[in-house]
Design a binder for this molecule. Structure first.
Ligand code: ZN
Length: 132
């Protein structure tokens, strides 16, 4: 699956976004190691603080169905708006796939790509929780 193919999947996911407060619908498509594509969209709430990003919803969706190995994620917002993942989503994705590719678009629609570990250097990691 090419980055463009995965971005098209993210666009499909964005159609389900629930974003009445920000009016900023976002879609994410997560590619698992076995080639499955898992969708996520942002879901907002009137309380604002309980809103969840598309990327994390894709990860919750994947983990909830037994998938924990990811090779890439594509994220898309409205045309003309770039949508790299926020810091919270970077941290959550890092838990499962620090080497995953992250694809998003710039304001001109070009697909940008970085490895997750490059987007979140010095990430907090579960090994840091271990006692000596
Ligand atoms: Zn986020």
């Amino acid at each position: 699956m090419t980055p463009r193919d995965l971005m098209r999947e993210a666009e499909k996911a964005r159609r389900h976004a629930y974003a009445p407060y920000s009016n900023f619908p976002v879609g994410a498509a997560l590619l698992t190691k076995d080639g499955t594509v898992v969708h996520g969209c942002n879901v907002e709430n009137a309380s604002y603080g309980l809103s969840v990003c598309a990327e994390r919803n894709a990860i919750w969706n994947a983990v909830s169905t037994g998938r924990r190995e990811f090779t890439a994620i594509a994220i898309t917002a409205r045309e003309g708006h770039g949508a790299p993942p926020c810091g919270s989503c970077r941290q959550v994705l890092h838990e499962f796939a620090p080497n995953a590719w992250v694809y998003w678009r710039d304001g001109k629609g070009r697909i940008l790509r970085r490895r997750l570990k490059a987007l979140l250097p010095l990430a907090f990691q579960k090994r840091m929780l271990r006692r000596r």
